[in-house]
Design a protein around this ligand. Structure first.
Ligand code: PEP
Ligand code: MN
Length: 337
């Protein structure tokens, strides 16, 4: 349930409601908007039946949240969440471009990519150190050495670094080296991992599961928020359908749908969403046009030699074309790149 306070509610009014809720051991999440404060209540609302809640000073109205996810929902927080990661916003006017190789392979590969990205004005560098591969015989990632390479590239270029974690152990290592983490599609419903990441405060890109519904995806985000980590970016990365020409089907409709259902920033991953580098730029344009707050794109100095996801990786030249194209779409929408 959400308690909407009157625009003129005082700090004391808000405190009065908060005290009542806490005295009943209910979860309280206060969100102060520019107009009014909204108080989210988590727990058994029957406990409130015999209380004067509706009549308390400053209380405007009570709204039940019908969705199974609460903290994540737009009803709970009407304004967009704008994350500030090392001074760079995600979810506001600016379109975030997160780029870099699928996997960290070497210092040379990551540094040359980072320098190139930086020269184009990109702010975020991705690179996988723990690779959840379909086959156990495929390259599994450099693990901690990979995180160290990313950290060094971040230090030299000032780029904000992102890497996927696959376990509690890799999360705690990643926290030492990178600025943000990614929960991959395969782990979207690894509920124990979600709880562990929820107890951290590191910003998280939460990818949509390969066959997850929008509701399941938002519930996964609820796991993170319920533990106190509010720094979440949702990422549409394509879902399994009957189509095999593309690696996945990038569900562009989920972007405006999630924007309506939730206040969290949403980005798109057209690299995994299509599996084909030629489709990455058109689908990036489409994702931005559909309202995405950014894109995460795989870029490699030499895609043919990549140790993972070469066929969907852009080389430097194509990536620079992508930047030009999404800049003009961003402009039309009144956003910036
Ligand atoms: C990746 O970003 O390289 C990755 C493995 O993504 P996903 O979890 O979406 O498959
Ligand atoms: Mn990849």
């Amino acid at each position: 349930m959400v308690i909407v306070m009157k625009p003129k509610a005082t700090k004391e009014d808000i405190k009065g409601v908060e005290d009542l809720l806490r005295s009943l051991n209910l979860g309280v999440h206060i969100s102060s908007g520019s107009e009014r404060t909204i108080i989210g209540v988590i727990g058994d609302k029957r406990l409130l039946a015999d209380t004067p809640l509706e009549l308390m000073p400053g209380v405007d109205r009570l709204i039940p949240i019908v969705e199974p996810y609460k903290l994540v929902s737009r009803a709970f927080k009407p304004e967009n969440t704008v994350l500030n990661i090392k001074g760079v916003e995600i979810g506001g006017k600016q379109i975030a471009v997160i780029a870099g190789p699928c996997a960290v392979e070497s210092e040379d590969q990551v540094l040359s990519t980072a320098r190139f990205l930086k020269s184009l004005g990109v702010r975020f560098l991705r690179g996988g150190a723990y690779k959840p591969r379909t086959s156990p015989y495929s390259f599994q990632g450099l693990e901690e050495d990979g995180l160290k390479i990313l950290a060094a590239a971040g230090k030299e270029t000032g780029l904000i670094t992102v890497s996927e974690i696959v376990s509690a152990e890799s999360l705690h290592l990643a926290e030492k080296y990178v600025d943000m983490i990614q929960i991959g599609a395969r782990n979207m419903q690894n509920f124990h991992l979600l709880k562990e990441v929820g107890r951290s405060r590191i910003p998280v890109i939460l990818k949509r599961g390969l066959s997850a519904t929008i509701e399941e995806w938002l519930n996964a985000a609820e796991y993170l928020m319920n533990e106190g980590n509010y720094n979440i970016i949702l990422c549409e990365r394509g879902i399994r359908t009957f189509e095999t020409y593309t690696r996945n089907t990038l569900d562009l409709s989920s972007i405006p749908a999630v924007k309506e259902l939730s206040h969290l920033p949403v980005i798109a991953d057209p690299s995994h969403g299509t599996g084909k580098w030629k489709l990455v730029t058109p689908m990036s344009r489409a994702a931005i046009a559909a309202g995405a707050d950014g894109v995460i794109v795989e870029v490699h100095p030499c895609p043919n030699a990549a140790m993972s996801d070469g066929p969907q990786s852009l080389n430097f030249e194509s990536f620079s074309g992508l930047m030009t194209e999404i800049k003009s779409i961003a402009g039309i929408l009144g956003r910036e790149l």
